[in-house]
Design a protein around this ligand. Structure first.
Ligand SMILES: [Zn+2]
Length: 71
């Protein structure tokens, strides 16, 4: 039910917990609401995030970038 954007597990869960009740996907233009259930089950998060970074597909503030890249 989620979007296809993928995030690191721990920072994504933290992000969701701080953005309740409507933690929107931080990807620019994405209207989806993040849910823990589909954040925690992907093992290829770092690769996906690196690809997104290289593609400059993320338009989020620097603090959030730092949180998402820290593991
Ligand atoms: Zn998204």
């Amino acid at each position: 039910m989620g979007c296809k954007h993928i995030y690191e597990k721990e920072p994504a869960i933290h992000y969701i917990s701080t953005k309740k009740p409507h933690p929107r996907c931080p990807v620019a233009g994405c209207p989806k609401i993040l849910q823990v259930g589909w954040v925690v089950c992907d093992a290829l998060l770092i690769i996906e995030i690196d690809e997104m970074r290289l593609a400059s597909a993320i338009n989020i503030n620097s603090t959030m970038v730092e949180d998402f890249y820290r593991s």
